[in-house]
Design a protein around this ligand. Structure first.
Ligand code: SF4
Ligand code: SF4
Length: 272
């Protein structure tokens, strides 16, 4: 929940929050909304399916996570931008037979886990690996271009790569999920991903931290998606039993299985 000195407004169909402590007159508020709309239009013109902004100060709700001020000392906004996976391609994750890996799976089973250093059966990611690499490039490009736009306006901006997998780092430099939740992009699911109403968890995002004040979103509900308790599909279908069904994931076990993506593919949210 955002701090109480934000006033909620509905402008152009979007609910935004304006910081009452810094924006006291109508002219300033209108300018803020206009600039926020312009930045969103810029991001969408570059291909962003997902756009939202969290107030940097709202991260105090997650005191154990790295704070935006670690990257931009007077950070005011955290812009989240992302793109969605194509649904048809992502559906193949739950159908490894389409990549003709059933035979390989049977061989792995026969080897009883002695499979020479690669994840066991099921090349679930077979079809989406290239798309994920492409989306990584695309969202980084959008983050880069937003950063430069803000920089040219005289602000500081720090953007991240969506997912930097380096064995040296056991924790992320900055966590996107609190930003997504606070920006009103979605709620947490038992697959430990943010579930968006439009695309479920099948999105790829990055963030830009800036000291420019922007209109910020509001969480769309409680931190955890209420529908999960009657679903549990991701928990039941995880081939490595990495999900405990209470919102915790054994990330090492998941990684040892190659982060197959099944828990994202089978999620019914956003797949209407
Ligand atoms: S938790 Fe990991 S191993 Fe389990 S379904 Fe999700 S991505 Fe696959
Ligand atoms: S598959 Fe079901 S339980 Fe898992 S995150 Fe999606 S809605 Fe929640």
């Amino acid at each position: 929940m955002l701090v109480s000195h934000h006033q909620e407004l509905r402008i152009g169909g979007a609910i935004v929050a304006i910081n009452e402590q810094t924006k006291t007159n109508a002219g300033e508020k209108t300018k803020l909304i206009k600039e926020g709309n312009e930045l969103e239009a810029f991001a969408r013109s570059l291909g962003a399916d997902i756009y939202g902004v969290a107030a940097a100060e709202a991260f105090k709700e997650f005191p154990k996570k790295p704070q935006p001020s670690k990257f931009v000392p007077d950070a005011k906004s955290v812009v989240v931008i992302g793109m969605s996976f194509t649904p048809e391609l992502f559906a193949t994750v739950a159908k490894p037979e389409l990549a003709e890996v059933s035979r390989k799976g049977a061989e792995d089973a026969a080897l009883e886990g002695k499979h020479l250093g690669r994840p066991p059966a099921g090349a679930e990611r077979f079809f989406i690996n290239d798309e994920q690499a492409m989306l990584t490039n695309e969202v980084v490009k959008i983050g880069y271009k937003i950063s430069w736009k803000l920089h040219r306006e005289g602000y500081e901006a720090f953007y991240f790569a969506p997912f930097r997998q380096e064995a040296r780092f056991r924790t992320a430099a900055f966590y996107f999920t609190p930003a997504m939740y606070l920006a009103g992009i979605g709620q947490m699911g038992l697959n430990c991903s943010i579930l968006t109403p439009e695309y479920g968890p099948r999105i790829w995002v990055t963030t830009v931290i800036t000291n420019k004040e922007l209109p910020v979103g509001q969480p769309i509900g409680p931190t955890y998606y209420e529908g999960c308790k009657d679903c549990l599909e991701c928990v039941k279908r995880c081939p490595s039993t990495s999900l405990d069904g209470k919102g915790w994931k054994n990330v090492f076990r998941c990684a040892s299985y190659g982060c197959c993506g099944t828990c994202l593919s089978v999620c019914p949210v956003g797949s209407a």
